[in-house]
Design a protein around this ligand. Structure first.
Ligand code: MLT
Length: 394
């Protein structure tokens, strides 16, 4: 008899965003015709920028002619995109070889796949509250998890001073869900800690494009010593509107070695076996993001979300609700008012004002009593949601 992966039984019955989708669907079945203002999952509302669309069309045309048609591409990514990403890092003062850049189908997929690189015996260290896929992927791989709760008193910024065990460390900065950003000194403390222990940091940089303060690092590789202890996972989902298009990239430096093995070489071996790479058309679209025109256009779109975050922040200020994030991050993390639990607050907003957010408890136990709003909605919906929130709670 085949034995299934029994670790599935250790997961919560449904994934956070699936549960939210079920609850909103049930509400709409009960009240058909109600229009929901969706500020829950961090899904973008603005289309791909013109530079990307032009590149996608051109690549489709290439696939239509015998002379320009492309079959399989290199599994780790097309050289043109690997080079474009490396050049982008160069502009921030980080030197990478294109062979250290691996093109992926998105950060969430990659966060699960990358666990193939590590034996399950070492525990994962996950600062909490955290994007729930970190814990779920580790559970499925049979890895023990040590959670490191962070508190509002420390601005939800994890410190290695309180970390006692864990060899695979998840850091997300700007953080989902709290919006907290690790500055250079804090990131250096983690790099030093990981180097001393022989640990590896999985640095989730999916939201780096939202960093507005010049002094804050976008990449862990801006920190000395990180090339020996970190992998960086990036995504074009939030940076350039690829949530439905799917494209990302992962940086694995050549110096990163554990147990005498090169993680870069191991990942080449993994990808060449388990993947035939990402579509040519999408990689051409991704390349366009890193052109000067693409960068200007994606920044215009990011500004729309940054303005949404300002609208939400001033509504919360007026209501006197404590929150973090919204600056350097597309999420606002607020304390549920009047002692509501996070799912109670979710139900209140859904039923009374038809606003959908994300309950903090979905990001781990330390998120209970907190709630997340995403700034990725349309400006109209964001303003309307905040008007309704102030009428409800004001
Ligand atoms: C979120 O809302 O936390 C993210 O959009 C989820 C994701 O990127 O998969």
């Amino acid at each position: 008899m085949l034995i299934p992966n029994r670790h599935y039984a250790e997961l919560k019955e449904s994934y956070l965003f699936a549960r939210i989708a079920e609850k909103t669907k049930a509400y709409l079945a009960e009240y058909p015709g109600k229009r929901l203002l969706r500020m829950g999952i961090g899904d973008v509302s603005q289309p791909l920028c013109p530079a990307v669309i032009t590149a996608l069309h051109a690549a489709v045309e290439e696939q239509a002619a015998k002379e320009t048609f492309h079959g399989y591409l290199p599994e780790c990514g097309a050289p043109f995109l690997r080079e474009a990403v490396a050049k982008h890092y160069e502009s921030r003062g980080v030197t990478l070889s294109p062979e250290e850049v691996f093109v992926s189908s998105g950060a969430s997929d990659e966060l699960g796949h990358l666990l193939d690189l590590f034996a399950p015996e070492n525990p994962a260290l996950i600062p909490e509250p955290a994007y729930p896929a970190y814990a779920d992927a580790s559970v499925l791989a049979g890895r023990r998890i040590v959670f490191l709760p962070t508190t509002p008193e420390e601005d939800f910024l994890p410190s290695p001073a309180r970390a006692e065990e864990g060899e695979l460390v998840y850091l997300c900065s700007p953080n989902n869900p709290t919006g907290a950003v690790l500055d250079r000194a804090r990131l250096k403390a983690w790099v030093d800690w990981a180097s001393r222990r022989g640990a590896v940091i999985l640095f989730d940089a999916a939201y780096e494009a939202f960093i507005a303060d010049e002094a804050l690092p976008h990449s862990i590789f801006e920190i000395e010593g990180a090339r020996e202890c970190a992998v960086e996972i990036c995504s074009l989902s939030k940076t350039a509107g690829f949530t439905g298009t799917r494209l990302g990239y992962t940086i694995i430096p050549r110096e990163l070695r554990r147990g005498g093995m090169s993680l870069n070489a191991m990942w080449v071996r993994n990808r060449t076996t388990k993947s035939n790479g990402v579509s040519y058309i999408l990689q051409r679209g991704g390349e366009a993001v890193f052109t000067p025109e693409g960068q200007t256009q994606v920044r215009q779109t990011l500004r729309i979300y940054q303005d949404n975050a300002k609208v939400m922040a001033s509504a919360l200020d007026r209501l006197g609700i404590r929150y973090t994030g919204g600056r350097n991050a597309p999420y606002l993390w607020l304390e549920c008012p009047r002692g509501y639990s996070s799912w109670e607050f979710f139900d209140l907003l859904l039923r009374r004002i038809q606003v959908v957010g994300t309950p903090g408890e979905g990001f781990g136990e330390s998120g209970e009593g907190w709630f997340r709003f995403s700034a990725f909605g349309s400006p109209e919906d964001t303003r309307e949601a905040m008007t309704r929130l102030q009428e409800l709670l004001g």
